[in-house]
Write a protein of this length. Sequence first.
Length: 206
Amino acid sequence: MSSGPPRGIHLEAMPSVSQRIHLKLVTAAAALVATSLVWSGGTFSTFNKTSTMPGNSVQAASLNLTDNDGGSALLTMSSAHPGDTTSSCQNVTYTGAASALVRLYGSTGGTGLASYLTLTVTRGTFTGTPTAGSCTGFTPDSGGTVYSGTLSSFPSSTGTAVVDTPAWSSGDKHGYKLTLTLPSGVSSNAQGLSATASFTWLAVSS
């Protein structure tokens, strides 16, 4: 039965770019479809009337997500030891002409450390104007944990994405706290491995 490595053994995490957390800004469009009613029938020999509907137009509604990270990596854990943890917070703002459901997914890389790391994503609110990465003023929502599991198991596509309900309206702001942990009882097989990650918030009209 293997035990965790001693404190002096480093679990490397890709120097300078380890656990790279990026929020990709995504613009989604909700298509508004106009339909017309078509009548068809036999030959009308005596009475005939036509009606037109001028000025019809269709325009897609715009959806937009912004964040406060300034495009920088927010989470790093280099030379990690068993039991080490790191957290970072993100504030996401939605503006759009239609309400939207926000979905969260990501991608992981590295040499296998992602399967040993645990990730918790918690939604909440901020008081004041937070700085990039800071969790000062963050308060988690009741039942606000939107994901808890290994980093490698985090959804990696829009089809399997975490759906953060309820729907967002224009002007809504929500904070997210991301916490990565290398468990204290991690297998010695994790020694020397690395991991990288990126996360995407996607607004989809509801």
